[in-house]
Design a protein around this ligand. Structure first.
Ligand code: ZN
Ligand code: ZN
Length: 224
């Protein structure tokens, strides 16, 4: 067995008991695994940003005063810091289509999703154009790899302009690219995405779900 990231042999690191009890779940070698840093310690109660002390960060404070998005997202929980390793990993996974890399997040994703009982798991959708380009929805791939069942309650209708353009676009402007085809009756939703960046995308999705009758909307992302 080789590490999915650096391709060194990792068989040597695994003991016989691990093999017998099928604990070989991590497709990463210890070295590569250690470059992924979990967000621990004080963080923003709403978006998971690392902070010096527990509280609400300035961005979330600003969101709380926004006319359309003030209360759409109860909280986001992100698992890893978006450092160079995670950046490279997500790039390979998402843009180079290295589907197998979804396995790296399997264990953590299962552990986190388990905490949200009575929530419908909803992957963030990609537009049909993006789907055609990549061949898969990265968030669905993460969930499938983790064996988590989900419902596609959202549709993304825009053509998704380039990342650079998106970053340029003002945080609060632009049309909401999401649509929900299903009326809800107070069900709680857990949105899953690979990254939380400005929080705009997740809030837009949450706002659509709220408008169609969702109860609480929370999110879990791999990186922040
Ligand atoms: Zn490795
Ligand atoms: Zn925050």
């Amino acid at each position: 067995m080789r590490c999915l990231y650096c391709h060194t042999h990792i068989f040597e690191e695994i003991g016989w008991s691990d093999l017998i009890f099928k604990r070989v779940e991590d497709p990463f070698c210890a070295g590569c695994r250690s470059t992924l840093i979990k967000i621990e310690g004080a963080r923003c109660k709403i978006c998971s940003r690392s902070m010096k002390s527990e509280g609400v960060c300035s961005d979330c404070d600003m969101w709380s005063k926004h006319s359309d998005y003030s209360d759409v997202l109860t909280a986001n929980h992100s698992i890893y810091e978006y450092n160079d390793s995670l950046k490279e990993l997500i790039k390979r996974f998402k843009y180079n289509g290295d589907y197998a890399l979804a396995g790296c997040f399997r264990k953590e994703l299962i552990e986190h999703v388990k905490l949200y009982k009575k929530f419908i798991i909803v992957p963030m959708p990609v537009s049909s154009l993006r789907l055609k380009e990549r061949g898969f929805n990265q968030t669905e791939a993460l969930l499938e790899c983790a064996g988590v069942s989900y419902e596609n309650l959202l549709k993304r209708v825009d053509t998704e302009t380039s990342q650079a353009k998106k970053q340029k676009a003002a945080r609060h402007s632009g049309e909401n690219p999401f649509q929900s085809g299903k009326a809800m009756n107070g069900e709680n939703i857990l949105l899953i995405d690979d990254l939380y960046t400005t929080g705009t995308t997740i809030r837009r999705a949450a706002s659509v779900l709220k408008k169609t009758g969702a109860g609480e909307v929370r999110s879990v992302t791999i990186g922040r």
